[in-house]
Design a protein around this ligand. Structure first.
Ligand code: NAD
Length: 378
């Protein structure tokens, strides 16, 4: 029975709608398992710019550090597109990752059986299932390297520098090897070692580290091949380890294979148990305020928060099972509904998940359905 403090950053667009549902789910977990969650709401992104004139208020990092974890919706939108690069809402994401030392981004891409029809790839290529984890380095590489504009030989030019230290590669590779140990023990390190010096260094360090994980099968793949293999045969992957920019691109590709961006959670972890949890998608300004956004990626991010930052595995399992049960029951938001089939709004989807959260199976009120899914008999 614990008491946990969570910093909550709804952000922009659909952020406040989807985060509200994730908080209801956490409250239901609290009631069911006897925990207490308290929330501190913070402004970041465009909402912060409108309120206080900056997308990244100074106290964001210190306030977040006073909490056990951070739950974030999404930031950005056309309303703030006129801002310069350094002032933009998306820059606040880079700042919070850097400020909180969130160097390890975990993005699971799981194909729910009930959603297999939404997969754009032929079933024979996907195989029985797709369940992979992308471990992306988040605070280094080209997104954080030197960048700028200058006069070049042919006039003005712009540049962004990719740079990785051995320490940065080692610590993210350790996360990936250890994640592989808890899964199917298969790790693919993705790089561009045929062209980039940083990739050759990355490959050397990861190969050296594999001696410490003899049970993990390590292979290396060029990023262009990885992009192709993801659509050719995604089920071949277990854990993918990659750099900041390659991970950004490959994780969006993997997410579309599962059927909808609205389904995919992510965790960004620092040393220790602290982490920031957010859906993989953006602020979806095209549907903001309509009450139709899919809150499941944010709810599943809250599940990752329970698991990785609070160590509440049974509670996280209960959330994951409730989401599976909702999908098995045919409840869909419009982004995952089959054409012509009915759909529910954001709040009804959140409610449906809450209704299916129940204590561990040893409790007599719950019975095993199939796979991981459980349902409440009471
Ligand atoms: P997006 O992910 O917001 O939307 C892409 C498409 O997916 C849209 O059609 C949208 O309606 C749909 N979609 C996304 N999430 C959904 C959900 N939960 N339910 C149903 N449909 C959903 O990407 P975008 O349109 O390229 O970006 C919009 C804004 O979000 C931009 O300002 C971008 O910079 C920002 N962004 C923020 C983050 C973040 O906060 N981590 C990530 C990506 C993009």
């Amino acid at each position: 029975m614990g008491t946990y403090r969570i910093a909550v950053i709804p952000g922009d667009g659909i952020g406040s709608e989807i985060v509200a549902e994730a908080l209801k789910v956490l409250d239901k977990v609290g009631q069911t398992f006897g925990h207490s969650f308290t929330y501190t709401q913070l402004l970041m992104g465009g909402a912060a710019y409108d309120a206080v004139g900056t997308c990244f208020p100074e106290d964001t990092v210190p306030v977040c550090r006073e909490h056990d974890a951070v739950l974030l919706g999404a930031v950005g939108g056309p309303r703030w597109d006129h801002l310069s690069g350094a002032e933009r809402p998306e820059k606040a994401l880079l700042k919070i990752r850097e400020g909180l030392g969130l160097y390890a981004n975990l993005r699971p891409a799981l194909m729910h059986r009930a959603l297999s029809a939404a997969c754009p790839i032929k079933q024979e290529h996907v195989g029985d299932s797709m369940d992979l984890l992308i471990v992306r380095e988040l605070t280094g590489g080209i997104y954080f390297g030197e960048h700028g504009w200058r006069e070049g030989r042919y006039g003005q030019e712009a540049y962004d520098v990719e740079r990785y230290s051995e320490m940065e590669i080692r610590r993210i590779a350790k996360v990936a090897f250890e994640a592989a140990m808890t899964r199917r023990k298969n790790l693919v390190s993705v790089d561009k070692a045929n062209v980039l010096e940083t990739s050759r260094f990355w490959r050397r360090v990861v190969t050296e580290m594999s001696a410490g994980y003899p049970e993990v099968t390590l292979s290396h793949m060029y990023v262009d091949n990885a992009a192709m293999q993801l659509v050719h045969r995604p089920s071949q992957f277990d854990v993918i380890l990659t750099s900041n920019m390659f991970g950004d691109i490959l994780s969006d590709e993997a997410s579309m294979i599962t059927g909808s961006l609205g389904m995919l959670p992510s965790a960004s972890l620092a040393d220790g148990s602290f982490g920031l949890y957010e859906p993989s998608h953006g602020s979806a300004p095209d549907i903001a305020g309509k009450g139709i956004a899919n809150p499941l990626a944010t709810i599943l991010s809250a599940s990752m928060l329970l698991r990785y930052s609070l160590g509440l595995n049974a509670e996280a399992d209960a959330v994951d099972a409730a989401v599976t049960a909702v999908l098995d029951a045919g409840i869909r938001t419009c982004d995952i509904a089959e054409p012509g089939k009915p759909s529910v709004g954001t709040a009804d989807m959140g409610k449906a998940v809450c209704e299916r959260i129940c204590p561990p199976p040893s409790d007599t009120k719950c019975a095993s359905l199939h796979g991981e899914a459980r349902f409440c008999l009471a």
